[in-house]
Each structure stands twice: as C-alpha cells, then as structure tokens.
Design a binder for this molecule. Structure first.
Ligand code: SAM
Length: 253
C-alpha cells in the first residue's frame, strides 16, 4: 500500500541487498541440503530468503527478528500470500537481545551489526561468535557481510557513510579467517557481482526518485532529495570498493 504523502519504500527490491534471483536459488538449494527443521533469520527485514527456504524445505518452521515494523509486515503479507503464514513468525525484537535459537539454519544477511554490540572492526567477529552459538550441531549459517574489495582511499571514505573508516570492514580473506576463528568451516564463499550491486542500489533509490520527480514541491521533498543525493554519491563511490560476501558456514565441534 502506498501513502501519497511520502515516498514509497523499497517496492522495487526483492531482497534488501545485492542478491540476484540466480544466486538466491543456488543459496537456497545449498541451505536445504541438510534438511533444516528450524530457521532463524537475524535482521530478517521482509524475510524473502527465509520464505524461499520454507518453500524448499516443506517441514521447516522459521522465526525472523527485526526492528522495522513495516518490513516485518511486508514479510507477514508475503508469507500469507504464499501459504506459509503458519510456519513463520516475524517478530519485532532486537536481535542482540532476543533469546532465540539454536536453529538448524541461521541467516544473517546484511545484518551482522544487528547481532554484534562491538564497533568495527570487531563487529564481524562479534556477530560470528554469536552465530556460532545460535546454530545447532550439523546445521548451517548463511552470513552475508561487507568486505573491502580493495583498500578505500581517504577521499572515497569521505563520500561514503558518515564516519566511514577503513576499519569498518576486513578484506575477503580476513572475513573468512574471522569465520574460521569463530568456529566454522566455509562450505561456500561467493560475492555479489557488479550487476547485483547496480540492480540493488538502483532499486533502492528508484521509488524515491520517481516520487521526487512528480512531487518536487512537496514539504518532504527537500530532505528526501538531500538523502537520495547523499546515498547516490555514497554508492557510486563504494561501487567496486565495497563488496558483499555470502558465506555458507558449517559449525565445527
Ligand atoms: C540490509 S537489511 C537486510 C535485511 C534482510 N536480511 C535481507 O537480506 O533482505 C538489515 C536489516 O537489519 C535490521 N536491523 C538493524 N538493527 C537491528 C537489530 N538490533 N535487531 C534486529 N534487526 C536489526 C534492519 O531493520 C534491516 O531490516
């Protein structure tokens, strides 16, 4: 449902991150190989990946945790429309505080910060050590996390998010080493490609840009335009510099 008084939100996104349909299909097939009965999605947003896992693992049930009421409601509507409402609970709760798990499959995609209380550069390590405790023996974790494809320059950092620092992320090897140190073996290591980033970032802004084009004098237009311009400048700067890794992780005893 759209409210004409404010820009629509994320209607052009299937996933809240740089993830193609093809990669999502491959990930879901891999994650259900072990026959998960329980799924926990940390920082689930509208939980598209979890809904696809439930479709591919008919006996499984899931819990998604997020703070965003609107995204959770979108998740519930999606579950209802796909006949999954009885098998998934979308819960408004902070992932750092909610006592949930363990689960056979734990998803934490673009949400490591939701789990870790530590500031960068330790947040991936903090999130991974919590994920290690949340996954059942023999289960799987899907960890979607940022990494630097190359070291950002000072000028680039100044155009990214407020307070952006080279310490915000490790490189890919450092991220995988952190997962291993937290008690995992990497079953699969893959990273979003440029098309996935462009599809995501363009889709992220497209609703707002359309709205701005037809509501240039709306009372919210100036701040909305400023936010969109800042986001575009940031992503066109981190394009090719910031990566997104999808790690399928096996807990070690
Ligand atoms: C980039 S989105 C990813 C959403 C989803 N995992 C996906 O891939 O589509 C990050 C999500 O983390 C959620 N989040 C941030 N802090 C959180 C917290 N403390 N507890 C639960 N969720 C949180 C945000 O509301 C947002 O939905």
């Amino acid at each position: 449902m759209t409210d004409p008084d404010r820009p629509p939100r994320f209607t052009r996104l299937v996933f809240h991150g740089p993830l193609s349909e093809a990669r999502a299909d491959r990930i879901v097939r891999r994650l259900v190989r072990t026959g998960p009965a329980t799924v926990l999605d940390i920082g689930c947003g509208w939980g598209e990946l979890t809904l696809r896992v439930l479709e591919a693992a008919p006996g499984a049930t899931a819990v998604g945790l997020d703070l965003d009421a609107e995204d959770l409601e979108r998740g519930r509507r999606g579950a209802e429309a796909r006949g999954l409402a009885g098998r998934v609970e979308f819960v408004r709760a902070s992932a750092a505080e909610a006592a949930r798990g363990p689960a056979d499959l734990v998803l934490c995609v673009g949400s490591g910060h939701a789990l870790a209380s530590g500031e960068p550069p330790g947040h991936a390590a903090g999130a991974l050590s919590k994920l290690r405790r949340l996954v059942s023996p023999g289960g799987r974790v899907l960890f979607g996390e940022g990494f630097w494809q190359r070291a950002p320059t000072t000028a680039e950092l100044a155009r990214m998010w407020p307070g952006a620092s080279a310490d915000d992320h490790p490189d890919l090897a450092g991220l995988v080493d952190t997962a291993v140190a937290a008690g995992f073996r990497p079953e699969w290591i893959e990273t979003a490609n440029e098309d996935e980033w462009e599809e995501f970032e363009s889709g992220y802004l497209a609703d707002v840009e359309e709205w701005l084009a037809v509501h240039p004098d709306h009372p919210l237009a100036a701040e909305t335009r400023e936010r969109a311009d800042r986001h575009r400048a940031a992503w066109l700067t981190y394009r090719g510099v910031l990566g997104m890794a999808y790690l399928t992780l096996i807990p070690t005893p």
